[in-house]
Design a protein around this ligand. Structure first.
Ligand SMILES: Nc1ncnc2c1ncn2[C@@H]1O[C@H](COP(=O)(O)OP(=O)(O)OP(=O)(O)O)[C@@H](O)[C@H]1O
Length: 469
């Protein structure tokens, strides 16, 4: 079998100069597989760096353009968890291939690692040709991920995407960020609507951070939490002695936001009698502190948010129509989490690391069934509900891998079916691999065996990153 590999590698280099590829082989055990791996991989154009711990791995990744890490998973569970979290966070495009003993793939912890972090795995004892295909395909996937990341960062430059601030790669969230970035270029009022917990306040902050006002204050006022008796003084401030208990001058929230952005959250809950003072401020750009008749000019950008239907409130006489028209100049709708596709998994992966850091707890992984349950759920409480479930799971679960029950999903959710395109692709790769193995990588014979032309065979080999002649 080694000869077949050597021949395939040799053919691969015939007629053109092929780039040698960098592979890191990570093994926490210092036994002999390393040398076997290095010999086999170098025969098909890989340069192998052998590392034995996470520090060495990080150093190797820093110093060489590595796209694939091959990890020996034997006896490595305890060390591997932290290492995977640390490394995949820092080098998200590097693809991982695992070497496992057949029985290990049945263990829930290994299964969680393999599903969450690994592109592919090979069983031990090592079958060289299987490794050859696996590494080749992983390399191609890493390249695709690099190209995609370049596109996203170009997008980020023009559309102002800040992945850390407002997470989500779904098309709908990309559109949200693009709108916010565009709105950030002017000072017009924005009305953000959407269900509770979808990130309306976060969107307002994002807008502020991308505007020229970003080094001035961002002040959020929860209009629903203001008591009717104090709402005027909270918003506009008061002078000393203005009313019983006003022992000293107080600067209101509107004045505190001068030069920056004022977010009026839950604007639909602002009492009717206060709505008129807010309207006056919006029209004239000046405030008067309670107990004073001096007008103070204040320059703020207004972002209002609500989860209630303001049009309905206007129709029912609970919200002033003139104020509604003042606020509703630019409009943004935050989509429910259930409409954001795989964002739920992206957000969950982000939050489990963030909460573990914040709470000083060990980093955990989400097992495949948990990921499936997260994707299948309807999320009435949106991102806030997701955060709360994850926080509770991290605190309560003693296991390394978080399962559906830890996330309080009582009904079991089955693994999602692969799409037809994925299933076809997988079948195509398998047929291709079998034909190449059977014919010792003879493309003409393999093409004949599969009933396709040599040209199609080459196209498929390239498509699947199998690096043949
Ligand atoms: N896309 C996102 N990326 C990261 N965190 C998010 C995202 N969306 C929401 N969050 C987080 O979810 C929580 C709820 O978000 P936020 O308070 O902005 O929602 P909201 O729509 O204003 O809620 P409400 O209507 O109840 O006031 C916050 O802790 C926020 O940091």
């Amino acid at each position: 079998m080694d000869d077949a590999i050597a021949r395939t590698g040799k053919r691969a280099s015939q007629g053109k100069t092929l780039e040698r590829r960098q592979l890191i082989y990570l093994s926490f055990r210092k036994d002999d597989i390393g040398e076997d791996v290095a010999r086999i991989a170098s025969s098909f154009m890989w340069d192998v760096t052998l590392v034995h711990d996470c520090d060495q791995l990080q150093r190797a990744l820093k110093h060489a353009p590595v796209k694939v890490v091959l990890a020996d998973l034997r006896d490595a569970v305890s060390k591997l968890g932290a290492c995977l979290v640390q490394t995949t966070h820092k080098y998200p495009n590097v693809q991982w291939v695992g070497l496992v003993e057949p029985q290990a793939a049945d263990s829930p912890t290994y299964a969680a690692f393999l599903h969450s972090y690994f592109f592919d795995f090979c069983f031990l004892p090592l079958e060289p040709l299987r490794l050859f295909f696996s590494l080749g395909h992983a390399w191609t996937m890493a390249r695709v991920a690099d190209i995609h990341a370049d596109t996203v960062s170009v997008d980020a430059g023009t559309a102002g995407i800040n992945e850390q601030g407002l997470i989500g790669s779904s098309p709908i969230m990309k559109t949200v960020r693009a709108h916010l970035k565009r709105y950030a270029r002017n000072d017009l009022p924005v009305l953000i609507t959407g269900p509770t917990g979808t990130g309306k306040e976060m969107a307002a902050r994002y807008l502020h951070e991308h505007s020229d006002r970003h080094d001035r204050p961002f002040i959020a006022v929860n209009c629903g939490a203001l008591t009717p008796s104090l709402v005027q003084s909270e918003l506009f401030g008061h002078e000393k002695g203005a009313f019983t208990g006003a022992h000293q001058r107080k600067i209101g929230r509107v004045e505190a936001a001068d030069g920056g952005t004022l977010m009026l959250d839950e604007i639909g809950d602002l009492p009717l009698e206060t709505q008129v003072s807010l309207l006056r401020f919006l029209q004239e750009g000046v405030i008067e502190r309670v107990g004073s008749d001096r007008s103070i000019p204040v320059n703020v950008r207004i972002v209002a948010a609500t989860h209630v239907d303001l049009e309905q409130s206007v129709a029912e006489g609970r919200f002033r129509e003139d104020l509604y028209f003042r606020l509703n100049v630019l409009r943004l709708v935050m989509p429910p989490l259930a409409e954001r596709g795989t964002d739920v998994v992206e957000l969950a992966q982000h939050f489990i690391h963030r909460f573990a850091d914040e709470l000083g707890l060990e980093h955990k992984v989400l097992c495949p069934a948990a990921l499936a349950a997260l994707s299948a759920y309807t999320w009435p409480g949106n991102v806030r509900e997701l955060m709360n479930r994850l926080k509770r799971a991290i605190v309560h679960s003693d296991r390394q891998a978080i399962g559906p029950a830890d996330l309080e999903f009582t009904t079991l959710v089955s693994e999602p079916l692969p799409s037809l395109a994925q299933a076809r692709n997988e079948a195509e790769l398998q047929a291709l691999s079998r034909a190449l193995v059977t014919t010792n990588s003879n493309v003409t014979e393999a093409a004949e065996m599969l009933g396709i032309s040599r040209v199609s065979m080459h196209r498929l080999i390239n498509k699947h990153g199998l690096s043949a002649p």
